[in-house]
Every structure is written in structure tokens, then in C-alpha cells.
Design a binder for this molecule. Structure first.
Ligand code: PMP
Ligand code: GLN
Length: 383
């Protein structure tokens, strides 16, 4: 038998940092504040709704574009939150997580040689997909340490080949957010250019200190050229359910759906049914920001006695901390040491820069029981 090899399409891609750090945490019995997922349970009602869906017989394929009842809920929620009319038939597509929606949006848009502006630190799932379709990532750094976008820098990097700009607010890993002035700057830049926007808003309902999430959907002109991605995993403490969606105008949704139907065809029917039922009551979604703000503040309070220096988290369930008063190690080495030797796993932020830029910052996930945060802080304040 001959050994058949294939040429790697992604030669420089390894295993995601989230898998790596969670595996390291498990191997060493460390408290896992690395990969972003809650260690507490979702509302038991959500679980019983899935059972109910199965018992009622919702176990076969549903529409490839998503269960109609769920698309209607998504459309109504967008109107309530952002004041935009979204057609559930032609402008909403349910996907298997936000990850699939990001993939389909990039795949539908990017061809050989197209440039895509991404901001660093950059969530890890964008660039490999851009490259898979022959696109060229153009990296624009967010300003350190507030991680805001410098729009002058963006303007300089726009060229006749720019096809897409990828935004993420609230931002993973930094917890920074876009404000209305950012959207106005973006609108000016793209106005005369055929640039599509991909807006990753999976943390849209986790925003703090009384701010409102500045969705692209609030901006009528920008919405006409945008794919807006969200995920129920974050909103309903159900990251393993892998149900997300994309809102985009009909002409973009049409191309998006052509790809989506051959990636997964349709997303799990009973989970879609359960979410649609659960969404009839909006209280969970509306309370989410307070729930996580309380967690953020509790974690920050516990960490006051430590030598870690918190940066500002305006949204998401992540908190960045500088550790340069504790160690001179690079962030990857420090995160590994902290997991293996001290029993607390985190994410080193340098992995989200193509250059490996290292500001000696770690990302802590605070979507955890208070008891988990207390145990972790007890260790961290002794360093
Ligand atoms: N974008 C960002 C910024 C994320 O943090 C995540 C998930 N952690 C996703 C997309 C993917 O969402 P999902 O788990 O629904 O695929
Ligand atoms: N987005 C999650 C995080 O930032 C992880 C998702 C994943 O493991 N792919 O931790």
C-alpha cells in the first residue's frame, strides 16, 4: 500500500490555544479560567425544553436556513435591541455556532488575493478561513492598553483590494467595546469602497457599566453591507449546544446560505426548538449583563490583594491582567507555569498576534461559580 499524503492547506496552523490550555488544565487538575465557558449550569427549563422537543417529535431535519420559529424570535430580538427590521425569511440564517457563521461569511466573500482587515489581538478563527480561500489578512493593532481602534491606521491600510473588515465587539480576548463614534468612523471609511463588514457580536448581551452594545445593526447604512454573527452559547450558558446565527441583507444571506447548506445543511432541530420556546421570555437575555458584571466585579475584588494589574473589561466574560510585577517570563511560559506549578489555567494574549507581540498579559475567564473564582484568587494573590 502506498502512503497517500495531502498538502496542508493551513501549514502554519496548530491546535487552538483553547484546546491546548484546557487539556493542560485537565492533565494537571488546574482550575480552568482559560477556555471561555461557564462552569455553572444553564436554566433547568432550557434542558427540559430539549427533552420536550424530542418527545414532541422534532427530531428530523428542519429548514436549512433554520427553524422558522427561531428565525422569527431572532428577528424580533434584533428589532427590540437595535431598532432594525429584519426579515426572518430572507435575512436570518441559523448556524451550528457562531464559528460556522464566521466561516460561511468569509467563504462567501473572499477570493484569491482579496485583502481582509483584522484587528489584533485577533480571535483565532478568522485568519485561517481567510487564508483557506486565498485571502490576505491585513493586521491592524488595537491600541494598548485600552485596545481601541485607531481609525487613522485603518484608513492607511485600506486599498483597492480590501474586500472585508472584521470587527468583534465586545471583544475577545480584551473586553474592549466599540462605541457609536467608532461606527461613524467605519462608515466614513467604507462609504465609497466595495467593502463587506463581518461583525462578530457573540457577546452582544454581555456589556457592562450601563453601556449599550453598539451593534452594526443600529447603523442602517453599515447594516446594508454586513454579516452580523451571534451565538446562543454565550447568551444561554450553553457553549456546547453550538447554535448561532447570522443576520445579513438578502443579497448577502443568499450567498451565505449557499455555503451553509453544504457545511451543515441544518442545525440540530430540538435545540433550535428549545431556544425558540425559551426566547419567548426575554428576561434571561436582559439580565445577562448584570449577572456577568457582578461576576467581573467579584473577581476584581478578590484580585485586589494580588500583584496582577487588571486592564479594563467593558464586556464579554473575560478579564485581562498584567503580571509584569510577578514574573519576567513571556506570557506563554508564564501561563504554562501557572497551570502546571500553581494550578490555575489562563490564556496568554500573545497568541492572538501574528507577530507574537507580548505585553505580559493573561486572559482570565470569570464565567465561573464564585467558589471557583475564590479558589483561583486564593492561589493568585500569593504570587
Ligand atoms: N467569536 C468569538 C469572539 C468567540 O469568543 C466565540 C466563542 N468562544 C465564537 C466566535 C464562536 O462561537 P460558537 O461557540 O457559538 O461557535
Ligand atoms: N471562544 C472561546 C474562548 O475564547 C473558546 C472557543 C473554542 O474553544 N473554540 O475561550
Amino acid at each position: 500500500m502506498i502512503k497517500v499524503a495531502i498538502e496542508s492547506k493551513l501549514p502554519s496552523v496548530g491546535t487552538s490555544i483553547f484546546s491546548v490550555m484546557s487539556a493542560l488544565a485537565n492533565a494537571h487538575g488546574a482550575i480552568n479560567l482559560s477556555q471561555g465557558f461557564p462552569d455553572f449550569s444553564m436554566d433547568p427549563r432550557m434542558k427540559s425544553l430539549v427533552t420536550e422537543a424530542m418527545a414532541k417529535g422534532f427530531n428530523q431535519y428542519t429548514a436549512a436556513t433554520g427553524l422558522p420559529a427561531l428565525r422569527e424570535q431572532i428577528s424580533a430580538l434584533a428589532t427590540e435591541c437595535y431598532g432594525i427590521e429584519v426579515n426572518p425569511e430572507s435575512e436570518v440564517t441559523v448556524t451550528s455556532g457562531g464559528t460556522e457563521a464566521l466561516f460561511c461569511a468569509i467563504a462567501a466573500t473572499i477570493s484569491e488575493g482579496d485583502e481582509v482587515i483584522v484587528f489584533e489581538p485577533c480571535y483565532d478563527s478568522y485568519v485561517p478561513v481567510i487564508e483557506l480561500f486565498g485571502g490576505v489578512p491585513i493586521y491592524v493593532p488595537l491600541d494598548f492598553p485600552d485596545y481601541k481602534i485607531n481609525w487613522q491606521n485603518v484608513k492607511k491600510r485600506v486599498s483597492s483590494r480590501t474586500r472585508m473588515i472584521i470587527l468583534n465587539s465586545p471583544h475577545n480576548p480584551t473586553g474592549s467595546t466599540l462605541d457609536a463614534a467608532d461606527l461613524a468612523e467605519l462608515a466614513k471609511i467604507v462609504q465609497a469602497n466595495p467593502i463587506v463588514i463581518l461583525s462578530d457580536e457573540v457577546y452582544e448581551h454581555i456589556i457592562f457599566d450601563g453601556a449599550d452594545h453598539q451593534s452594526i445593526l443600529r447603523h442602517k447604512d453599515l447594516a446594508k453591507r454586513s454579516f452580523v454573527v451571534s451565538s446562543f452559547g454565550k447568551t444561554f450558558h450553553a457553549t456546547g449546544w453550538k447554535v448561532g446565527y447570522c443576520i445579513a441583507p438578502e443579497h448577502l444571506s443568499k450567498e451565505f446560505r449557499k455555503i451553509h447548506q453544504f457545511v451543515t445543511f441544518s442545525t440540530s432541530t430540538p435545540f433550535q426548538w428549545a431556544i425558540a420556546e425559551y426566547m419567548k421570555d426575554r428576561s434571561h437575555i436582559l439580565e445577562l449583563r448584570n449577572f456577568y458584571q457582578t461576576k467581573r466585579d467579584y473577581f476584581l475584588d478578590l484580585m485586589k490583594q494580588s500583584r496582577f494589574e487588571p486592564l479594563t473589561s467593558k464586556g464579554t466574560y473575560f478579564q485581562l491582567m498584567k503580571y509584569d510585577q510577578i514574573s519576567k517570563k513571556g506570557d506563554k511560559a508564564f501561563a504554562e507555569w501557572l497551570t502546571v506549578e500553581k494550578g490555575v489555567a489562563t490564556i496568554p494574549v500573545s497568541v492572538f498576534y501574528h507577530s507574537g507581540e507580548d505585553n505580559k498579559v493573561l486572559r482570565f475567564c470569570f464565567a465561573k461559580e464564585n467558589s471557583t473564582l475564590e479558589k483561583a484568587a486564593e492561589i493568585l494573590i500569593r504570587l
